[in-house]
Design a protein around this ligand. Sequence first.
Ligand code: RRO
Length: 316
Amino acid sequence: MGRTSFRRTGSLGPARVGSVEFANPILLAAGVAGHGAEIDGHCRLDRLGAMVVKSLWSDPWPGNRAPRVTGTDLGMLNSVGLQGPGVRQWIAHDLPALASAGATVVASIWGRSVEEYRAAAAALTGVDGPVALEVNLSCPNLEGRGSMFAHDPDMTGVVVEACRVSGLPVWAKLSPNTDRIVEIAGSAADAGAEAVTVANTLLGLALDPDTGRPALGGVGGGLSGPAIRPVSLRAVWDVRRGHPRLPIVGAGGIATGRGALDMMSAGASVVQVGTAVFVRPDAPLRILRDLAGLTHAKGFASWFDVVDSAHRGDGQ
Ligand code: RRO
């Protein structure tokens, strides 16, 4: 099977998020494959819909104290703390490798203030490569703020508006740790977001059994993996109900083709695979293959037909 036909998974055609078309609906989530093309030897980036790069600040950022990742009996807990090379260094050193690997790239940025978000977004203005900008409003490991931007409808809107300076289609990455996600998604859309990414990790904590102290250097962390899938699925469902025309990028615990199918049926135009990569680096490609098989078996003619099918009741 040639490159193009594999990427387009046979007759199902492309996937679409707002103004951006993707070869297929499986994206690599931010954070699990770093900033560059390192994973390409294990998971061909040119076969994915896109890779979302780990969130970047305008300048280099060291991240949190170790340990940064720990297992729990129900998933993975991380407190990486937004480590990254900064947007400019990423453009100079990592983006060319991603282009060489044939990756479709979604950039991701973070900040501690509206001005920091604006600065990171501005550094991407006119840069050749990224097809969209995911604005991370929901990192669980950002010290020094009383609450997340994504827990505040007004701040969400202000940050999204500021990030439009990049000129790229903006996706707002929302938090599952709020009962206001539908309202907050609306604020993002009103401010000009083309899509919302639903959602980030769940706030969590693990204790070290030997010391009795928090297992992670950052103390708290973000829980990910299959255990959180029903939480993100519910959030996708609710956002779709509240905003029938707002494109959704589904994320949270997807580890199988069935999980990806459910997420799209609930309203996601494309889905991101994250923690499953730590189990098998080629998990996104396996999930894509299985999702395509399930989609054909259900008689859907295109990826577009899968999206929202659980709301229409035509996916059985
Ligand atoms: O770097 C992190 O600690 C991190 C980020 Br930016 C995020 O968005 N979600 C997460 O679980 N960890």
